[in-house]
Design a protein around this ligand. Structure first.
Ligand code: ARG
Length: 463
């Protein structure tokens, strides 16, 4: 078929290179947005006096016909077109004949694809943000239900101090909340329309670029420098960074849940919705959903690296290297969205073994800090208290018991001046949790307060 740029050439393309050069297999994702951009450009050419009103109408009607046709039959692309832009021009030619040859006046595929890509990005980012909100809602449900359920907290993967299941869930709510704000931030910075920048120098026709930007619903207006506009892919990098950050958070959530589901921990059990069995070992229930999420994190972060390296040292303005911006972006957005959906299902359907969680808090000296704090409240300098409790833990380890299970004699010999009954009381899990009654702390009352704050936020998303 004829190329968009055939005039200067005598010979044909090497068939292997022709295939290598084609982007239609993946940039067909932009088809819908390319129709919108074509229609907006036709209208802008009409306003600029380049096209007659009836020509604009015929082009827009034909674009609408294509849209309807594709939504009914799906997009069928002949495998000879170079990219989605050539394909659409070819389809348009079939519908309106030579008139289609006027549409590319004053523009380039460079500003066209840059515009398509931003519109695509906004649609996909909106979808990801919705799924991130749903995941936040699912975590919040866990937090509300378990605002007071004790859970061993870890540092260095060693039992450290008790927290609540709710506090753990809200930690992830905070992370995904930040992710949402990162997407909002990127959106604002990217919400400028490159169309009218043409190949690199700006269009030579009297296009009202602000009106054009508005017609495509860019809220910040038109881009301010044509060279930058056609070669800027900051928003691709930013989107992949935002996605990578979501994935990093998801991978940490996945890892926590995988560990919590292990026989060693047994704090929770995945539902059958998101676990699979082994083809060999009949007893297995494997956390495949969470493992796949953890695994896909590398893939999305890899796409971020790829686009950064593509842009490194790239001279102004457009270069064909930029065609490489798409596959990683499309994949990164898709994987992130899918992972958010699967994670929300996993979180919602998980059963927490409350008794087991509570019981685990009573093993592994998670109340040692509270014993030291108790000594401090009874007048001992913290360093001395730390030392004394350290010795107590050593003795307890020798005896194979917990601090709260040591005999009165042992405790009295270790802490001669202290009231044992009050001390034992201070070591109970409920007290340990309740004392973390500080803003951001794990005390059930504070967790409940944070739940209420997030609940208001989640409800505000529904209206
Ligand atoms: N398929 C190209 C891309 O995705 C469209 C722009 C082509 N422009 C050009 N001057 N070859 O980047």
């Amino acid at each position: 078929m004829s190329k968009m740029w055939g005039g200067r050439f005598e010979g044909g393309l090497d068939p292997y290179f022709e295939e290598f050069n084609r982007s239609t297999d993946f940039d067909c994702e932009l088809a819908h947005f390319d129709l919108l951009v074509n229609a907006a450009w036709a209208a802008a050419l009409g306003h600029a006096g380049v096209l007659e009103a009836d020509e604009v109408e015929r082009i827009c009607a034909a674009l609408e016909t294509l849209r309807e046709q594709w939504s009914e039959e799906g997009l069928l692309i002949s495998d000879t077109t170079e990219d989605i832009h050539s394909f659409i021009e070819q389809q348009l030619t079939e519908l309106v004949g030579d008139l289609a040859r006027k549409l590319h006046t004053g523009r380039s595929r460079n500003d066209q694809v840059a515009t398509d890509l931003r519109l695509y990005l906004f649609e996909r980012v909106a979808m990801i943000m919705n799924e991130a909100r749903d995941l936040i809602a699912s975590l919040l449900e866990v937090a509300e239900q378990h605002s007071a359920t004790p859970l061993p907290g870890y540092t260095h993967l060693q039992r450290a101090q008790p927290i609540t299941v709710g506090h753990h869930a809200l930690a992830y709510v905070e992370m995904f909340g930040r992710d949402l704000s990162r997407f909002t931030d990127l959106w604002e910075r990217a919400d400028y329309c490159p169309l009218g920048s043409a190949a690199l120098a700006g269009t030579a026709f009297p296009i009202d670029r602000d009106a054009l930007a508005e017609s495509l619903e860019f809220t910040q207006g038109a881009t301010r420098n044509s060279l930058d506009a056609v070669s800027d892919r900051d928003h691709v990098c930013e989107a992949l960074f935002c996605c990578s950050m979501v994935m990093i958070h998801l991978s940490r959530l996945a890892e926590d849940y995988i560990f919590f589901a292990s026989h060693e921990a047994r704090f929770l059990e995945f539902s059958d919705l998101v676990a699979t069995g082994s083809s060999l070992m009949p007893q297995k229930k494997n956390p495949d959903a969470m493992e796949l999420i953890r695994g896909k994190t590398g893939r999305v972060a890899g796409s971020l690296q790829a686009i950064l390296m593509t842009l490194k040292g790239l001279p102004l303005a457009y270069n064909k290297d930029l065609q490489e911006d798409k596959e990683g972006l499309f994949d990164g957005l898709q994987q992130t969205e899918s992972c958010l959906i699967v994670a929300a299902t996993a979180v919602r359907s998980t059963t927490w073994h409350e008794e087991r969680c509570r019981e685990a808090c009573e093993h592994g000296y998670l109340n040692a800090t509270d014993l030291a704090d108790f000594c401090v409240r009874n007048g001992m300098p913290f360093r001395d208290a730390h030392e004394a409790v350290g010795a107590a833990v050593r003795r307890a380890l020798e005896l194979g018991v917990e601090l709260h299970d040591m005999s009165d004699e042992e405790l009295t010999s270790l802490f001669p001046a202290l009231d044992l009954a009050v001390m034992r009381d201070a070591l109970a899990v409920e007290g340990v949790l309740a004392r973390r009654d500080v803003l951001g702390g794990t005390a059930p009352s504070r967790v409940a307060e944070e739940c209420a704050r997030w609940r208001a936020e989640v409800e505000s998303w529904k209206v």
